[in-house]
Design a protein around this ligand. Structure first.
Ligand code: SAM
Length: 207
């Protein structure tokens, strides 16, 4: 991470604190943990939500080592431009993560095998959190994995508790990892598997 990227991150935080929601990019130890479900074999479709200046992007790329399709969905045009310049092998979409289904469809995919999130959940209102998680569970393969991180010291704040409850509602398995104290601020990862697909009512057949 160069000083140019750190400066860009801080600048974008001051310009739009509720979307960027962190003063500095995540560190390498957290990036290694959040990207651990990216398989080291095969050709997976890996989606990264809210990549910012690329703290997790580098770790995903290391694990993929040239395989698969790595799609990064970033709402901030400046971050997206920086990312595309730094990682030409990453498919950067300037889009709201709520539109993940459309982003994938434009690229010929229905599902993602792994979704890694850098989104600032605690900064989102309840409805926005719901829409974003629905976009994730709608597009993840049934045996896929979703990871996201949360700040340890804010773990008991209402938005963080709401996220934990929503993950439990939307996934069959949710495991919280250990705190990475070396991250600024300290953070931990949620590992989520087996998305629960909403049961749709049967179509009415005319008598
Ligand atoms: C806390 S920063 C994390 C950046 C990076 N993943 C990291 O850990 O250093 C949150 C990122 O999510 C992006 N973001 C926020 N809301 C978004 C949305 N609805 N769709 C896509 N990206 C979004 C922000 O622009 C920012 O880059």
């Amino acid at each position: 991470m160069t000083s140019e990227h750190r400066a860009a991150f801080l600048h974008e935080f001051l310009r739009d604190p509720f979307t960027v929601a962190a003063v500095a990019p995540s560190g390498v130890p957290l990036a290694d943990l959040v990207t651990a479900p990216v398989p080291r074999g095969g050709d997976p479709v890996v989606v990264e939500l809210g990549p910012g200046t690329g703290a997790f992007t580098a770790a995903v790329q290391r694990r993929l080592a040239g395989r698969g399709h790595h799609i990064a969905v970033e709402i901030n045009e400046r971050f997206a431009g920086l990312l595309a310049g730094r990682y030409p092998q990453v498919d950067v979409a300037v889009a709201d993560a709520r539109n993940l289904r459309e982003v994938l469809a434009e690229r010929g995919h229905r599902h993602a095998d792994v979704i890694v999130s850098g989104l600032p959940w605690a900064a989102f209102a309840a409805g926005q959190q719901d829409d974003l998680l629905a976009a994730v569970t709608d597009t993840l393969t049934p045996d896929g994995a979703f990871t996201t991180f949360a700040y340890t010291l804010a773990r008991w704040a209402p938005p963080a508790r709401r996220l934990r409850r929503s993950l439990g509602t939307r996934f069959d398995e949710v495991v919280a990892g250990r705190t990475v104290w070396a991250n600024v601020p300290p953070a931990f990862v949620y590992y989520c598997r087996r998305p629960r697909v909403p049961v749709r009512p049967p179509a009415l057949v005319p008598a």
